[in-house]
Design a protein around this ligand. Structure first.
Ligand code: NI
Length: 178
């Protein structure tokens, strides 16, 4: 496994629509491992491949760190939301590509997600709570959507301006959670 660098706002690659993964070969599995290691190191609870600059529909997730339980990594290839509830809930979200910025986001409270696991087998899961939010946040990444797209335009423009300014100054900074 190897750590890779996470790309930050305003880098335009974050806006790409990622491509389906067709063959789960050695290279793809290695990328999954690198994603998980990079996510744990950040530290974060979810990561999409595009955050490493790679436009493949791949997501890693692990919510276990939040309550000190043993690691429970999830590897999702080609994840999609097949159903979402009308009921909505709101969580404070963050993103490893937008360090140190957090904002409440309202999304469907429950989702049914389908994906392929590391062996290529199709899996389905109904999720609620933080897991539902994390899944939607990461699947958004695969479509070039960031959580700041779900907040007010004023707040979004402010954070984009801030990160654009920081990128110009090229100040090294630590990654936040998310
Ligand atoms: Ni994110």
């Amino acid at each position: 496994m190897a750590l890779r660098s996470i790309i930050n706002l305003p880098y335009s690659r974050l806006r790409l629509v990622s491509k389906p993964v067709t063959i789960l070969d050695h290279q793809v599995l290695k990328l999954f491992d690198d994603m998980l290691e990079t996510m744990y190191d950040a530290p974060g609870i979810g990561l999409a491949a595009i955050q490493l600059g790679i436009d493949a529909r791949m997501v890693t997730l692990d919510l276990s760190k939040r309550d000190d339980s043993p690691p429970q990594p999830l590897f999702l290839a080609n994840p999609e939301i097949v159903w979402s509830s009308e009921e909505r809930s709101s969580f404070e979200e963050g993103c490893l590509s937008i360090p140190d910025f957090y904002e409440e986001v309202e999304r469907p409270a429950k989702v049914l997600v389908r994906w392929q696991d590391r062996q290529g087998a199709v899996q389905e899961m109904e999720a609620e709570g933080l897991l539902a939010t994390a899944l939607q946040h990461e699947i958004d990444h695969l479509n070039g959507v960031l959580f700041i797209d779900h907040i007010s335009r004023l707040k979004r423009e402010r954070v984009i301006r801030k990160f654009t300014k920081m990128a110009k100054r090229d100040v090294p900074r630590d990654s936040g959670r998310g």
